[in-house]
Design a protein around this ligand. Structure first.
Ligand SMILES: Cc1ncc(COP(=O)(O)O)c(C=O)c1O
Length: 380
């Protein structure tokens, strides 16, 4: 079904088409070409991170992080249950057991107060998600990780350019991953990035990303032949896609400006109405600068969530639910465990809905969404 107001719409905001054509004209559409270097350098400079490696997806960047950690079957990693499958699947693929921890009821981020009870001697890492691009409580989490000798990996698929106490998300952990999937603020269709600080990890990551070869060193003239030196796969993003992505990153202010206006208008228009009906809107703690990735509402019940989705559908507006609890999924039950239970995840997962949100959403379209919501009458 085609909706007049979809949930997401990919946008062309600047030189995307010109640069894709330029990449073809220059004869370099495969990986690690000029546009890849341009995007990587831009992100490195802006975020203040040692190395950004563009990848084919955030999922693949997470898989690379699992390889870099040299995790063994029987090792454990902590992940929130309220996340996308890849956050856990990347580790399960290496025989690692995901230990699911519940989220906070306000930000829907990994609950730092529930972390320590989940840490066993086999635990090697905490993989956290900054849900909707609103930061996890990084001071507390980093302190716990340091005390237990655990590596922190930030799945920052939602949170490019968001900050926690003035510091960019993706720069706290030993590794972080980004997504440039069509639904993200900055996109090239499918794409991602791995963010690294440590020189040894950087060197190995270049190899893992290039099918286990030292090809990156060969291209830099550091070795005269390249060969198979480690595990790896094909994780390099095509320069054709990096051209599209570079053009989007170039228009950071335009995209983020539009998204922040849309988010704020949803908030201003819906907060009061929602409050009177026991519907929650996003919580943004004062010390967090969000990325304006999602606008969601938490309905009082699953029935009302379904009713509102159906109501909006009758107006040709698409609103969507989000993650199902991973600890209750067939794979989560088979490979993982949730020692303390995840009651918050189970509660919110069936009540959440996300509203149409993309940089080119016009004021008129957004008014239609808002008016449709304000005219919703729950049948209880
Ligand atoms: C938190 C989170 N991590 C990872 C991913 C996977 O991203 P990708 O599609 O780039 O592999 C998603 C996808 O939406 C996500 O929401």
């Amino acid at each position: 079904m085609k909706y007049e107001i979809p949930f997401n719409k990919p946008s062309v905001v600047g030189k995307e088409i010109d640069w894709v054509l330029e990449s073809i004209a220059e004869g370099h559409i495969s990986g690690d070409g000029p546009f890849t270097k341009r995007a990587e350098r831009k992100l490195q400079d802006e975020l203040g991170i040692e190395r950004v490696l563009l990848t084919t997806s955030c999922t693949h960047a997470l898989e690379m992080s699992a390889m870099l950690l040299e995790l063994q079957p029987g090792d454990e990693v902590i992940v929130p249950s309220f996340t996308f499958v890849s956050t856990a699947n990347a580790f399960v693929g290496r025989g690692v057991k995901p230990i699911f921890v519940d989220v906070r009821p306000d930000t829907l981020n990994l609950d730092e107060k529930r972390l320590e009870e989940a840490i066993s001697p086999r635990c090697k890492a905490i993989v956290l998600v900054h849900y909707a691009g609103v930061a996890c409580e990084m001071d507390a989490i980093m302190e716990i990780a340091d005390r237990h000798g655990l590596v922190v990996i930030e799945d920052n698929a939602h949170g490019l350019y968001a900050k926690y106490r003035g510091k960019y998300l993706g720069t706290f952990g030993a590794m972080a991953t980004q997504s440039f999937h069509e639904t993200k603020n900055f996109t090239c269709g499918e794409g991602g990035a791995l963010l690294l600080q440590n020189p040894e990890l950087i060197q190995r990551a270049e190899i893992i990303r290039e099918k286990g070869t030292n090809r990156a060193r060969f291209f830099r003239g550091q070795v005269d032949k390249y060969t198979w030196v480690d595990h790896g796969s094909s994780y390099v993003l095509a320069d054709l896609l990096a051209a599209y992505l570079s053009a989007q990153l170039e228009r950071r202010e335009t995209i983020q400006g539009a998204r922040s206006r849309i988010w704020q208008r949803y908030m201003d228009s819906l907060q009061g109405w929602a409050g009177e009906r026991g519907i929650a809107v996003p919580t943004i703690p004062e010390h967090c600068e969000q990325s304006y990735h999602l606008f969601y509402m938490l309905m009082p019940s699953r029935e009302q969530q379904q009713q509102l989705i159906a109501h909006l559908r009758t107006q040709s507006i698409l609103s969507v639910f989000h993650y199902l609890p991973l600890h209750l999924s067939p794979m989560g039950l088979k490979h993982g465990s949730a020692p303390g239970g995840c009651p918050v995840t189970e509660d919110i997962s069936g009540r959440l809905l996300r509203l149409p949100f993309y940089a080119s959403l016009s004021e008129t379209e957004q008014s239609r969404v808002i008016e449709s919501i304000l005219s919703f009458r729950a049948q209880v």
